[in-house]
Design a protein around this ligand. Structure first.
Ligand code: NAI
Length: 697
């Protein structure tokens, strides 16, 4: 049973016990209601205390039950709370550590609440695109006041118990207990054992001096911030219902909103991302208890764009880093950039001066491999050139201590080949960071043919420590993210040739929800980066057609923001893209050379071609085993490529549209005489799933 029952004299103590956070799964709920019944039947019991074992009072619903019928199996959470409210003997919640979601809703159903200071109190449902569904929106405003409650419900963010307890007139906590919680809770239960009638939060009033003005204000604020998500506005509606409706009507209203939100694609996308993130950290053939290698010292090779950002991740986590370069100037420049980044954070008040100094003190630089040979992990971030990488890895093989992990940040090169430059390919792994490496969440972990399991386990664990979302990818050109991006970029180019402007393509992509369209991204990252890659890539794959417009742009010297001009013009020092007549002229000229007539292309077609190009390549990557699961691909796109979160990633989005519909659209694109018919041949996995009416998930 996931809830235990004990008697302490005349007080019964029910302890939720469902590690790690006492999620309110079926067994725990059943244990709880059985405990209440037992305490009621026991003539010697005068009061009941509910508390949680281990690290939480309760973190809320049991995520393992999420979306399954078990979550609704009686007693469901609403019935449990009803049972507690109706207990003939007073029920005291003894709250500590974590009290969130359903856990807080349960506590609000108790007659009294005492809490340890420092408890994280929250209703985080909005983060999954939902409103609290077991009375949270009706009881919390009654207990803590309308404004505080709405702030908590709309943000989902935790607030410390002692802060809430300090709010004037609050009825959430009857007492904050500084010493040992349980004995004090039991003593409190004895104090109130004979008080009748039993106090209930539902009998309180949720009031506001100027409800119309306030809720109007709240709606405006929420609407501006949460434009693609419906749940925050529903949180406002529910709290307003707590003010305006009778308690039971408010409960009904909340229930309806909860059920309706559950069906929205936005909530499905958020729940998908929630589980995808957890799934991504698991590697089926690498057991969770695999012993990891200790990582106390890190070395980074190359102090360029990536090397500096990569180093900052480790400094931020308190791990010392040594950067090695070929020339002192390169080191000085690299360190200068790191300093500037930190100083900007200090200026904005995001980093304290002493923290900044502590971090810089962990950083050292060298021109000699002798100074890095003891590092536990070395990450190579030198030029993207196999010859240069060969030199570096041969040297590393010579100098590094046995057992050191040798990682490459290559974005496109063959990690197996790189591993082959050493006599210890089992220690070699790809750690593909994204630019800017100190900001972007994604880390693609490239598993080579020979990469050892404990190396993978170590890197996955380290990723958590430096707050990255790690996704494992097999070896192929571009790995998961950039391999898919290649097809997306090819489509973006074809769209220009057929009649779209860069601005039209970007606007369509941004309306779909992308943080930036493909051409703005090019200007930001530097169009020369792709140019360089295409030179190699399409030499290796001469049969692969792509639009030359991007090459022509680079031949004009328009590398993007860094040269003041790219797909767009830029005013000096500004980042606002201004459509460029010169670029449009170049595109038109190229179009004429291809013998093409410009046609009007709808935004729907633009988005379809960009996104389904990702989806089709994603299906191939999945089938080839480059990605372990479809949701990993979604994580890559959500955390590394600005794919809109409310759409859950490309594969989740395709599932939402329906794979049959995706394939139909691809067949329409196939009929376009200019587009590449081969391009739109559905990947076998996609075709099969569409035919069987299945989804990627
Ligand atoms: P970068 O050109 O900014 O920096 C490379 C640095 O490595 C230079 O400072 C250079 O002096 C140094 N270097 C070259 N050979 C060296 C050697 N033998 N020993 C020591 N230092 C050496 O290049 P960037 O952009 O930082 O790229 C580095 C790697 O990261 C490449 O493999 C690239 O594909 C990859 N990458 C780049 C991304 C980006 O957006 N720039 C994103 C993800 C990966």
């Amino acid at each position: 049973m996931s809830a235990s029952y004990e008697r302490h004299g005349d007080v019964a103590v029910i302890t939720l016990n469902n590690p790690p956070v006492n999620g309110l799964g079926y067994d725990t709920r059943k244990g709880l209601t059985d405990g209440i019944a037992r305490a009621e039947d026991d003539a010697e019991v005068r009061a009941i205390v509910i508390t949680g074992a281990g690290r939480a009072f309760s973190g809320g619903a049991d995520i393992r039950e999420f979306g399954s019928p078990k979550a609704l199996q009686e007693p469901n959470l609403l019935s449990v709370i009803g049972r507690v409210e109706n207990s003939a003997k007073p029920v005291v919640a003894a709250i500590h550590s974590v009290c969130m979601g359903g856990g807080l809703e349960l506590a609000l159903g108790c007659h009294y609440r005492v809490a340890a200071p420092g408890t994280q109190v929250a209703l985080p449902e909005v983060k999954l695109g939902l409103v609290p569904g077991a009375g949270g929106t009706q009881r919390l405003p009654r207990a803590i006041g309308v404004e505080t409650a709405l702030n908590m419900i709309v943000s989902g963010e935790p607030v410390k118990s002692e802060l809430l307890a300090a709010a004037p007139g609050q009825k959430l906590f009857d007492r904050i207990i500084d010493g040992e919680l349980l004995p004090a809770a039991i003593a409190f239960a004895r104090e109130v054992a004979d008080v009748r009638p039993l106090p209930l939060v539902r009998h309180l009033k949720a009031e506001h001096a100027n409800p119309d003005g306030y809720f109007q204000f709240a709606r405006n604020t929420v609407g501006a911030v949460a434009k693609n998500f419906p749940a925050p506005a529903k949180c406002v509606d529910c709290v307003e219902a707590a003010v305006q409706k009778k308690f039971d009507d408010g409960m009904l209203f909340e229930r309806e909103q909860f059920a309706a939100l559950m069906m929205t694609p936005e909530s499905k996308a958020l729940r998908h991302a929630f589980f995808a993130e957890r799934a991504a950290s698991k590697i089926p053939d690498v057991p969770e208890d695999t012993a990891v290698r200790p990582i106390a010292k890190v070395a980074v090779i190359g102090a360029g764009t990536m090397g500096g950002g990569i180093s900052m991740n480790f400094l931020n986590a308190g791990i010392p880093v040594t950067i090695i370069e070929m020339k002192q100037e390169a080191l000085d420049r690299g360190i200068g950039v790191i300093r500037k980044n930190y100083e900007a954070q200090v200026k904005k008040g995001k980093l304290k001066q002493d923290k900044y100094e502590q971090r810089m003190a962990l950083l050292s630089t060298t021109l000699s491999y002798d100074d890095i040979k003891d590092a536990d992990l070395v990450i190579e971030a030198v030029f993207e050139d196999l010859g240069v990488k060969e030199q570096v890895f041969k040297t590393l093989d010579e100098v590094m201590k046995p057992g050191a992990i040798l990682a490459s940040n290559t974005s496109t090169l063959d990690v197996n080949k790189i591993a082959g430059f050493t006599r210890r390919p089992e220690d070699v792994v790809g750690m593909h960071f994204f630019s800017p490496a100190n900001v972007m969440k994604l880390l693609e972990v490239i598993r080579g043919e020979k990469t050892a399991k404990d190396v993978l386990a170590t890197v996955m664990q380290l990723a958590k420590k430096i707050k990255k979302t790690a996704v494992v990818s097999g070896v192929c050109d571009g790995f998961i993210g950039n391999r898919m991006l290649e097809q997306y970029s090819r489509q973006a180019g074809f769209l220009l040739e057929e009649g779209a402007t860069p601005e039209q393509v970007d606007k369509a992509a941004e309306r779909f929800g992308f943080a930036m369209g493909p051409f703005r991204v090019g200007d930001l990252a530097g169009n020369d980066v792709g140019w360089y890659i295409r030179k190699r890539r399409y030499q290796e794959k001469p049969h692969m057609r792509y639009s030359k417009t991007a090459d022509l742009l680079c031949e004009m010297g328009r590398f993007g923001q860094k040269t003041g001009a790219g797909w767009y013009d830029y005013k000096p020092g500004k980042r606002d893209p201004i459509p460029s007549p010169l670029v449009n002229e170049m595109i038109e000229k190229h179009r004429a050379e291809l013998g093409l007539q410009a046609r009007r292309i709808s935004d729907d077609e633009i988005v379809g071609r960009l996104v389904y190009a990702l989806v089709n390549e994603g299906a191939k990557i999945l089938e080839e085993g480059i990605a372990q699961r479809a949701s990993d691909i979604d994580m890559v796109y959500l955390t590394g490529y600005g794919f809109p979160l409310f759409r859950g990633g490309p594969m989740c989005y395709a599932d939402t549209v329906g794979l049959f519909n995706v394939v139909q659209a691809m067949k329409r694109f196939q009929k376009n005489p200019h587009d590449d018919a081969q391009f739109w041949e559905p990947a076998p996995l996609l075709a099969r799933l569409a035919e069987e009416g299945k989804t990627f998930s």
